[in-house]
Design a protein around this ligand. Structure first.
Ligand SMILES: Cc1cc2nc3c(=O)[nH]c(=O)nc-3n(C[C@H](O)[C@H](O)[C@H](O)COP(=O)(O)OP(=O)(O)OC[C@H]3O[C@@H](n4cnc5c(N)ncnc54)[C@H](O)[C@@H]3O)c2cc1C
Length: 400
């Protein structure tokens, strides 16, 4: 069978497009995915992966929907590789949610590195060459340009790119993670930061990922064969990860609507709106769309468009959470409380911290059953997590 007909150079920003992509991918989610997933056929070629990540990132389509559809088409054993990748995303989310300081440490280190760039002209020049795809390294330059152009890179290309950035070009990993986060349509604080940490040997301490010419040549079908890559990858020294904090207990979205409420919708979980709109206690919806300073234009456009795709005509958008304005809106819509899906750790979780201080207005944070079932299992490494969750019983419970 040929690679699937999914193309990775265009992502239409609608739920309909996400559903169509899932539908097109389903026949390939079993043995085909397991065989082709590591090969990067190039973004305008037919590929072996699903291309669902920009949709999953904003929850235009949910992990539970994807897993359910796959399990309806294949036995778990046949589609295990694909489902394992979907739950990698869940694992990273749960892991970071229980260790928020890893995100704030990353942000602080990134900002220090940007300060260095401003005063170190050699570092600045090398950084600039890397992000503009002018290093002369075969493949690397194409991935840098391809990322900026399409907002997507194949998983294997992300691994090679990060490895070359850190171990061959000897650039700070936080600046590479920042470059990805600004340009990836699926740019996600958890998957991105923790994957870069993993390549650097910080996440699984001492265990790094080394990109080699042979591996790149093989899995790009000979398109790239970069010479002069680092021959060893010595882990970046770092403190061990913090111990996981217990997650605060949260009610389910529907249970949060126990009295007249206004729903605060945001780009971290767009399709939750389908569960709550139309509920007799949901008196209205406000959309929160903070300005995304520094994000590439196509990322800003994509996230805005996927929100607009689900936003009702009378539902207002706020770009900042001003206490008085939010309270006035909620009261004018007839709500007695504001309900929001707990934002995952990352930039908007910070902005939303202010919600805790909304004076007299009660704010209810809720959590999807899927996250509640799986996030707490991310206490250690991925393999114990996988052992606990990647079985018919746990998955069926999480996606019910
Ligand atoms: C350095 C680096 C940075 C990354 N940054 C991000 C990021 O910002 N956002 C992001 O969503 N993924 C990130 N990934 C993970 C992975 O590369 C992408 O999720 C995947 O390439 C998306 O393409 P796809 O939808 O075709 O994947 P498929 O192979 O079809 O997988 C299906 C889904 O599973 C999830 N998934 C697959 N692989 C991984 C993985 N290794 N880790 C976590 N989830 C995975 C994604 O949600 C994906 O849509 C990163 C990986 C690396 C090595």
């Amino acid at each position: 069978m040929n690679p699937s007909p999914i193309r990775l150079n265009h992502f239409e920003p609608t739920r309909q497009a996400a559903l169509a992509r899932l539908e097109a991918f389903l026949p390939y989610a079993g043995a085909h995915y397991a065989k082709h997933r590591n090969t990067d056929y190039g973004s305008d070629e037919r590929v072996g992966v699903s291309g669902l990540s920009p949709y999953l990132r904003y929850r235009v389509i949910t992990e539970a929907e994807v897993i359910r559809a796959v399990l309806d088409s294949h036995p778990l054993q046949a589609a295990e590789k694909f489902i394992q990748e979907v739950v990698w995303r869940t694992y990273w989310k749960g892991w970071l949610q229980m260790r928020p300081s890893v995100w704030s440490d990353y942000v602080a280190e990134r900002d220090r590195e940007f300060e260095q760039l401003a005063i170190n002209t050699d570092l600045k020049a090398r950084y600039q060459q890397a992000i503009e795809g002018k290093t002369g390294i075969d493949g690397f330059d194409d991935w840098a340009k391809g990322l900026v152009e399409t907002g997507y890179l194949h998983n294997h290309a992300r691994m090679w790119f990060a490895s070359i950035w850190i171990f061959t070009l000897r650039l700070p990993w936080t600046l590479g993670a920042d470059f990805f986060l600004r340009h990836l349509l699926d740019g996600d604080p958890a998957s991105n930061t923790l994957s870069w940490r993993w390549v650097a040997g910080i996440q699984t301490q001492g265990k790094t990922y080394l990109a080699t010419q042979e591996n790149i040549e093989r899995f790009t079908q000979g398109r790239f064969a970069p010479k002069g890559l680092a021959q060893e990858a010595i882990a970046i020294e770092s403190a061990p990860p913090p111990r996981p904090q217990a997650l605060p207990s949260r009610v389910r979205p529907i249970d949060a609507l126990h009295q007249p409420s206004v729903w605060l919708a945001h780009a971290q979980d767009i399709y939750i709106i389908d569960q709550v709109r139309g509920h007799p206690n949901c008196r209205g919806v406000i959309w929160y769309e903070p300005s995304q300073v520094g994000q590439a234009e196509q990322v800003r456009e994509f996230s805005k468009a996927v929100m607009d795709d689900q936003r009702g005509p009378d539902e207002p958008v706020m770009d900042a959470l001003d206490d008085d304005q939010v309270t006035d809106r909620v009261h004018s819509m007839g709500g007695q409380q504001l309900v929001v899906c707990e934002p995952p750790v990352g930039t908007s979780a910070w902005a939303m911290k202010d919600l805790a201080n909304l004076g007299a207005l009660p704010v209810f944070q809720c959590r999807r059953a899927y996250d509640d079932a799986l996030w707490p299992a991310a206490t250690k490494g991925f393999f114990p997590f996988k052992k606990q969750v990647l079985n018919e019983r746990s998955l069926r419970k999480a996606i019910a």
